[in-house]
Design a protein around this ligand. Sequence first.
Ligand code: 13P
Length: 247
Amino acid sequence: MSPLIAGNWKMNGLTHSLDELSELARLLTTGEAPRALVVVCPPATLLAAVAAQGASSGIIAGGQDCHANASGAHTGDISAGMLADAGAQYVIVGHSERRNDHAETSDTVRAKAEAAIGSGLKPIICVGETESQRDAGEAESVVAGQLAASIPDAAEQHEVIVAYEPVWAIGTGRTPTLDEISQMHNAIRARLADRFGERGETIRILYGGSLKPQNAREILGVDNVNGGLVGGASLLAKDFYTIISAV
Ligand code: 13P
């Protein structure tokens, strides 16, 4: 399976940020061909532009969230069909910032992932424990519970991606040790294989949380780490490209 590196711009990015995308495209097309699939998830306001501008350099556009319904009276929300219509091929669901800021449960996340699949998108389903859960020795059981409830049965026939993002590593500059990453990714792989059999072996498991140019090579080299979900370091083309090149 080819690794996948996705950039999550979160609530960052104005029209001029497309200059960074142009620079990323330049680096990707003039340097050695990347070994990873490259996905950029900008704010919804820039999605169509990223999809159009990225196409010629192989940069794939993704959304950051979608509603579980196809349409209707949901002011401010965006459906999976709308993201696909704007040119997205992927969508992040269940990011810990959505789970916290918008009280999203794993049931909500599963419904969103189902909606994404229904619109032809590949959902990037996020899971991860808080610091107090890790300190209490509950990291694996918390993540197992999130996986069980957030991944739809439709993953048996359709591509989904799992992103393990320990909440305490997001935007903090702190990361788990390589052993801790390995242990969690192996545990996630075992759960996926238990539930989906051989197909579970082919589901990408991304690592996210303070993934940087400085640590990308070692983290992306861990067994069962099939790529990364990058926040802050995806905002600068040079840094994001260094992470992509670390694959
Ligand atoms: P940082 O890379 O900024 O820690 O963010 C990770 C993340 O939340 C990606 O979805």
